[in-house]
Design a binder for this molecule. Structure first.
Ligand code: SF4
Ligand code: SF4
Length: 103
């Protein structure tokens, strides 16, 4: 990923964080996430916790939670979310930050 595209991604995720902060903790997304169903919440935070943790401390979360690599970015959580939070896109951003930090 080039510096420009990462910069664009950063700008994009700043917009997405505005949505993430609107999470009302309803938990509907947990019920439809295929990774939660397969691994359980002990192995995968689930879309709700990802949004809550990410908005609390974006930098810390981006570099320490490689659990997001389990996310398929399938958008099932987005489809059911009453606030239309794009968790799949957010995890793609986090993955890019982790990979970038390892270079
Ligand atoms: S996008 Fe990721 S967090 Fe959301 S339902 Fe799919 S696998 Fe789960
Ligand atoms: S469905 Fe949306 S609003 Fe509800 S807990 Fe999940 S991310 Fe938050």
């Amino acid at each position: 990923m080039t510096r420009n595209s990462l910069h664009e991604l950063n700008l994009k995720v700043e917009e997405e964080l505005v949505f993430a902060k609107r999470c009302i903790n309803c938990g509907l997304c947990i019920a439809v996430c295929p990774i939660v169903k397969t691994f359980g919440l002990m192995e995968f935070l689930g879309p709700r916790s990802i949004n809550v943790s990410f908005t609390r401390d974006k930098t810390k979360f981006a570099y320490k939670n490689d659990v997001v690599f389990k996310c398929l970015a399938c958008n099932a959580c987005y489809e059911i979310c009453p606030k239309k939070i794009p968790t799949g896109e957010i995890t793609i951003y986090i993955k890019s930050k982790i990979i970038g930090a390892q270079k």
